[in-house]
Design a protein around this ligand. Structure first.
Ligand code: FAD
Length: 272
């Protein structure tokens, strides 16, 4: 997966960014973030879920492992918390995932990718390039309009040359251990299948914010309240950063245009 829409330099602090590609790949981006974390000596507590935050002069952060106390908290929980489900029979089978990670896992096997936006396109192209036999089921008549412009032709050409079989205006009806039923404009078909990658999108866990006491807008976007200059919410000392700031408008923010959040937040905290 190529990351970032430009090849601009993405240095954080004094950690240099080096890419061998016109656009950094996912693994290059992850390697870079790992180096930033190591160089800054970040104290990261892994596999620990924040269950709730109790407001106070000093806030209490209750996690699955312990309780922390902090005057300032920055919430950057993203929007991959809750996947949109297919709601079909068989979705609960272990062969179905909403969180695609490693293309090698699927090598030489029959993979069905549901969806046609960035996650689906990346999963389809990457697994195909590792030798998977890839089929796509796409609800609409075309590939998603938000697919990165430098990736879209690759996807469309793989479909055109039949390297990847795509069923447009179609939907999954049932998933079984070794087969999937698909409703297509030409009727119901059954294909052999080993794995289903349901790249059907996600929604942010906004109830997590409202339980803390952060106000959400009353419209459908449910945008959390924060001061645009400081990113402080309606609760003193609690800040929001990253794509969670967009509420249900999950595509308004991405890596490049949310990098400025950190500077605004830290700038506000240090003058407190
Ligand atoms: C396939 C794909 C390709 C993409 N390509 C690009 C690209 O080229 N350019 C670009 O700018 N963006 C791209 N994006 C989008 C980019 O990944 C997001 O914009 C970015 O990751 C958002 O960062 P974030 O820190 O706000 O949230 P996230 O990266 O989603 O991080 C949120 C973190 O919070 C954790 N978390 C959530 N709730 C809790 C809790 N209760 N307790 C503890 N931890 C919690 C999550 O586990 C996660 O680690 C892509 C996304 C996908 C899926």
């Amino acid at each position: 997966m190529a990351f970032f829409s430009t090849s601009e330099r993405l240095e954080i602090g004094n950690v240099p960014f080096v890419s061998n590609n016109a656009k950094p790949t996912r693994s290059e981006a992850l390697e870079y973030y790992r180096r930033v974390a190591a160089s800054a000596g970040l104290a990261i507590h892994y596999f620990e879920e924040v269950l709730k935050v109790e407001q106070g002069n000093i806030h209490a952060v209750v996690t699955s492992k312990q309780v922390y106390h902090a005057r300032h908290i920055i919430i950057a929980t993203g929007f991959y918390g809750i996947p949109y489900l297919l709601n079909v029979k068989g979705e609960e089978l272990p062969k179905v995932t909403h969180y695609y990670k490693d293309p090698h896992f699927y090598a030489f096997q029959k993979v069905l990718v549901v969806g046609a936006n960035n996650s689906a396109v990346d999963a389809a192209l990457e697994t195909w390039r590792k030798g998977a036999e890839v089929t796509m089921v796409i609800r609409n008549e075309t590939i998603g309009r938000r697919v990165k412009y430098w990736v879209k032709p690759d996807m469309e050409n793989r479909i055109k040359e039949n390297s990847i079989q795509a069923y447009f205006s179609s939907s999954v009806v049932e998933i079984r251990e070794q087969e999937v039923d698909i409703q297509t404009p030409n009727g119901l078909i059954t294909i052999e299948n080993d794995w289903v990658i349901a790249a059907t999108g996600y929604q942010p866990d906004l109830s997590f914010l409202s339980k803390i006491g952060i106000e959400l807008s009353a419209d459908g976007i449910r945008k959390p309240y924060y001061d645009p200059d400081t990113h402080e919410t309606n609760i003193k000392g609690i800040y929001l950063a990253g794509v969670i700031c967009g509420g249900m408008d999950t595509h308004s923010l991405f890596i490049e245009n949310s990098r400025e959040h950190a500077g605004k937040i830290v700038g506000h905290i240090i003058v407190q």
